[in-house]
Design a protein around this ligand. Sequence first.
Ligand code: ADP
Ligand code: MG
Length: 397
Amino acid sequence: MSLKAENVFKPGAFPEYTYVSRNYDASTGISYEMRLKQALRTAGCLTSIIGPSKMGKTILCEQVIGLENIVEISGADFSEGTDFWATIAAKVGIPYMGEVTTERSSTEGESTEKDSKNEKYVLSKDKIIEYCKKHEKVLVIDDFHYASMDMQMKMAQQLKDAIRRELKVVVVSLPHRADDAIRRNADLSGRLSLINLETWKEEDLKKIALKGFHALNIEIGAELAEKLAVECLTSPQLMQYICLSICTLLEDENSQKVTEELLQKAYRFTTMNLNYTDVMMTMVKGPNPRGQKRKHYKTKNGKELDLYGLIVESLAKNPPLTEITFEEFYKRILELLDSSDVREKPDRQTVRSHLHNLQTILEGKEEIYKAIEWKDGIIYVLDPLFLFYLRWGRFNE
Ligand SMILES: Nc1ncnc2c1ncn2[C@@H]1O[C@H](COP(=O)(O)OP(=O)(O)O)[C@@H](O)[C@H]1O
Ligand SMILES: [Mg+2]
């Protein structure tokens, strides 16, 4: 039976046929999988994985731990007032309160309600740890940053005790946000295995395409695979998306060979799934002008844009980068401008202050708006899919 493209390229799930193992350390050839395996074997230690969004943190855990043994819980499952162990018991699938109450009432009938509640809690926690150890379950608390700071501290407290009793726990979080409760927690120091997931390199991204197309008997030249890898901007998920688009287009054309023209078509096709219109519009509009008229500039392609519009346009320029220094960015802006326009060009300080304003607007909004960040003189693209959308979205035509 021949494979289906949707089973090979899986942007939102475990990619069985296109899983690529990456080196954690190129000089020794030690992979991320080996690092995690080793961390899990280290008794009494908590494993902390951090890495940017969509870089394969969850997939790494699933690959190493296996679907049989993994108990995945999201930080979002722990809202304020949630009982930590009750939530875990529910995920593991073992009864919590009920069972223990019976035990209690048969032995110590006269204990006060408060005591018995406390005791119930301790007993259950023991049971859960015991059960997990016996069945080789590994607790993965994914997207830990979704829990409130207060809840994170409470969880860390519970985990400290649990890992001492050799419960295997992995905590997964975004960079910068895992530090306080886990990595900077004095109680956990010396009891942590740290794994930092880096963004993907082109050569590894290329492997996803080559592996998948090979499995599907589709021909793609090395050069085109490389171009694809550049366009994916460090995102394995974007690679999976684009490759799946390519397959759909090929099926429509009844072809088994990827061409340059098809790539471009696939990029545009892929952006149709991405919804960043609001994010883009928020950036293009900038702060409320409060009745004041903004300066406009004429671009080489005949548009009249204010500085916020120019900033968004320069982000989308070639080559796609996830980190742009200010000087490089400023150069991009000047390059966009029509040289015959006699109006004054924006100076560096003005561009900086506009970037600062944008940063302030985005910071105050929901997670999806945090697609770029202006910090320490560098523009970081935090969400590769957003940049891809800017580059290939329909409004560019
Ligand atoms: N090792 C890998 N090999 C191939 N594709 C991967 C790999 N890791 C991640 N991906 C792709 O990226 C997607 C997002 O990965 P995920 O683990 O959910 O990211 P994170 O948990 O870091 O946000 C996956 O659904 C998969 O399509
Ligand atoms: Mg994840």
